[in-house]
Design a protein around this ligand. Structure first.
Ligand SMILES: NC(=O)c1ccc[n+]([C@@H]2O[C@H](COP(=O)([O-])OP(=O)(O)OC[C@H]3O[C@@H](n4cnc5c(N)ncnc54)[C@H](O)[C@@H]3O)[C@@H](O)[C@H]2O)c1
Length: 313
């Protein structure tokens, strides 16, 4: 007999990068299931506006996932206003694309900071809250780019592979604690981030609502691996069993090698302008250090330094 679905009514859910796109659609879907939803976004006015437009008691708050203090303050406010956090959806992410050797270090740093470092901060801050209560669910928004490599998106793929690896590790580490983990891996989704990309043969464009519904289902069932569309599951399993040269030939045939490599820059202009702005701003104002620097202990209380050991490797 199928397990009964978990109710989401009254659950407190925080969504990062929820001002638009997949995050916004997920907020709407969760509100429709009776959840209490907080939207965090680096564009704080957009977060507030989205919350107002969605209604249902949703709140919009400022959040920069790359700044640990901002993330902690966001979750504190969510708990003060809505109650104990039960679900964190680590959704904020960026995808500036182009040939790897032409990518600036500032661009790579920004992607790593938002897509990976921010998700690590969020996962730790949420788990600090979940573990004493022995309940909670982390939803990590990765991508099909967390399972396959795509020309034109090397650093993006690296961050998403890292998110998949982190999620697989956390699933093992959290076994038996009552805390769930899901990793969500969509193909190209019809949002600003996905604008102007080449579609692969055999896959229809996915809408943000499709991803939102898959997230709702994962929370109801506790599913770990969430592919959107579901047919991607078969492709991942097939490729895992196929010799690399054959898998790459199939990928080329379905235009997988063009998805991130041949964008329509006109259709993508608004997104590319937003990316240039976020990368330039971060390069000028690097985020505050993650942890406060402890004042040095008085010299007398400092333990004697350990004798130097030979390096292990
Ligand atoms: N759209 C796609 O084709 C697609 C496919 C697979 C996976 N994804 C992943 O889904 C997630 C959402 O993507 P989307 O398509 O909705 O993108 P989007 O650009 O439409 O929305 C992302 C939101 O994140 C916010 N954000 C950016 N930096 C932030 C920061 N430092 N702190 C807080 N918020 C920040 C943005 O302001 C924006 O509102 C991303 O992680 C993305 O990698 C997207």
């Amino acid at each position: 007999m199928a397990k009964p679905l978990r109710s989401l009514a009254g659950q407190v859910v925080a969504i990062t990068g929820g001002g638009r796109g997949i995050g916004r659609a997920t907020a709407a879907a969760l509100l429709a299931h009776g959840a209490r939803v907080a939207i965090g976004d680096i564009e704080s006015e957009l977060a507030e506006r989205t919350a107002r437009e969605l209604g249902g008691g949703a709140i919009g708050l400022p959040l920069d996932v790359t700044d640990r203090a901002s993330f902690a303050a966001f979750l504190d406010q969510v708990e003060d206003r809505l109650g104990p956090l039960e679900v964190l959806i680590n959704n904020a992410g960026i995808m500036p694309i182009g040939p790897f050797v032409e990518e600036t270090d500032a661009c790579a740093d920004r992607m790593i900071d938002i897509n990976l470092r921010g998700l690590i901060y969020g996962s730790k801050l949420a788990l600090e809250r979940f573990l004493p209560r022995q309940r909670g669910h982390l939803v990590q928004i990765a991508s099909a780019a967390g399972k396959f490599g795509f020309s034109g998106g090397a650093t993006y793929c690296a961050t998403k592979h890292a998110v998949v690896g982190l999620s697989e590790s956390l699933r093992q580490e959290l076994r038996g604690t009552g805390i769930g983990v899901s990793v969500v891996m969509p193909t190209v989704v019809n949002t600003e981030l996905g604008s102007g990309l080449v579609m692969t043969r055999g896959f229809k464009p996915v809408e943000p609502d499709d991803v939102a519904n898959a997230i709702v289902e994962a929370l109801q069932t506790g599913r770990f691996e969430v592919y959107v569309p579901k047919s991607l599951t078969g492709m991942v399993r097939f490729v895992a069993l196929t010799p690399r040269s054959a898998a790459e030939a199939i990928s080329r045939w379905i235009r997988g090698d063009q998805v991130l490599a041949r964008p329509d820059h006109v259709a993508r202009a608004a997104y590319e302008a937003r990316m240039e702005e976020t990368i330039a701003r971060a390069a000028k104002e690097p985020p505050a250090p993650a942890l406060p620097v402890e004042p040095a202990a008085p010299a007398a209380e400092q333990p004697a330094p350990e004798p130097q050991k030979a390096p292990v490797s």
